[in-house]
Structures are given as C-alpha cells and as structure tokens.
Write a protein of this length. Sequence first.
Length: 325
Amino acid sequence: MPDKKIIIGIDGGGTKTRCVLFDANGNTIDVLKGSGSNLYVYKQEGISIILDLINSILKNNKLSILDVDAFGIAIAGISDFDQKEILLKELDRLNITNKTILLSDVEASYKILCPNNTGLLVNIGTGIICFAKDENAKIIKEAGNGHDKGDLGSGYWLGKELFYKLILNEALVFEDEDLNQIFDITIDHFKVETFRDLYSKIEKGDNLFYQLSLMGEDTIKLAESGNDVALSVIQEATRYVSDYILRMCERLDILTSNDIIIAINGSVIKNDFYRQLLEEALQFDFNKIHWVSSSISSAYGAGMIAANYNDINVSVKNIINKNKS
C-alpha cells in the first residue's frame, strides 16, 4: 500500500482524454493519454476509454484499485443522463462509487484556473462553454449545450463550417487556390481522393465528428497563413464567442469599458491567432483584456475536487510548483 493518499484525475474531451495519478502532496506519479471520451458523442466507447485508462495506469504502477483514495472523472457530455447512469453502474461494479466524483470537464478546468471559485472561464477546444459562478456560488454559463444543439465558435464548429464551404463550392475547388487548400486537407483527413469517395464516407458516418473536430485546428492554421475562406470562418466564430462573453458579463454584473480578466482553457482559445481575432471582436467593449491560462491539465482539477470530497487536502499551489519544468 502507498504511504501517501493516492488520487486519480481524468479529463475527457471530444478528441482526447488525459488520466493523471498523483499524491496528496501534488507529486505526479504517472500520466496516460487516450482518445476522446465525450459521453454524448461516443457513448459506450467513451466509457470504455475511461475504464481502460484507469486499469492501465493502475497496472503500470503495480497498484490495486483499493490503493486509490479518490477518483475525479471530468467528462464532456456528462449531461447525457443515460450514459452517465451506465458509467455509474461500471464504477459501482468496481466498488469505487463512494470515493468517486463525476463532473463536467469545465468544472475541473475552473478548479485549476479559478481556485477561489470566482472568475470567468472561456473554454474552447472541440466544444465550447463560458462558465462562471456568482457570489452565491450559482453556476452561470453560455453555450455548452452540445455540438449539435446550437453551440457556435468551437473547434468542431470551425471544422464543420470550413467543410460546408468546401462542399457548397465544389465546382470552384480546382479554380480557387483557397478552396483547393481546403480540399487537400479534407481528403487527407478522410483518407479519400475524390468528392465521390468523400460523400460515400460521410454517408457511412465514419468518425465524422472526430474528423471535423480535427479540421478545426486546420481552419486556424489556414486562416493564419492567408486563406481568406478559413479567415472568414474564424472571424465569424470569434464574433459568436464575443457575444457569449458579453452576455456572461451582463449576467455577472461585470462592467464593460473597463479591464477584464478572462481565464482560458482549450486548444482553440489558447491559439494566439484565434485569441487575437477574438480580442479584436471585443476591442470596443473593454479597455484591456487580461488572458489567464495554465499548463496544468484539468485532470488535476478533477482529482482535486474528488480529493476534497473525500477529506483529502490537495493544494493547487503544490501541483503547479511540482509541475514546473
């Protein structure tokens, strides 16, 4: 048995999942990565990824599941009640339900970036959500409803919009340099050579969500390199996100025209080019925007919340200090 309290934290998103094993002093024992585990998107496959990561990290470190004192599992799509129930049954089968916390991935991010339980977090990776808590600890959010339920400006949305622009302009692809660049990236992602093959693959629905999510990062790269079609997609996305932020400020009674601190998490919002365009979309609303981010995985946040639930004190400061290179 380990001498110190041992914690497992998991952060599951749309394209990747991270599992960390650490102790109550903030020392990282092991880190494993897997593919996406969003419950709403991947259903049973996402649950299997989470369970496999737990089993693998324990096996790698010659630990029993009984050696772990707290499990924090933060997953995108946790609002899918049916899949959440299935996951809970699996955890109950392992006899760890009593020391496990299930939560959304954004709550885990908030724990790391806003440890005092106050502040505005904008989380944009595969999905998107603006998240905060008011003075009464009531959760306030914009977006975060799901990729197919009206969320705008996310990594998946970027890839989808770029893809639609390609399909709608199929006849111009070999005459327009920008569209031709998009076509080359698309057929590479989908492993096809022609539009006919591409349509056939779409009809089968093979990994469509995953492929379009990956194209989100390509959209940003293309826009930054001067592709006007991709740039128009990014500009539209940042206008939507700026609207989310302004609505959050209104609900939180944050005065515009002043300086504002915004915590950020996710590969899209952490991209300098995307954030520059977002700042331009907000340039007349705030005097200055101070962006705050962290290199610490949200998986630690999930583990810390679970640890606190199990009366184990873990300091954010210790985790940050011990993860410095």
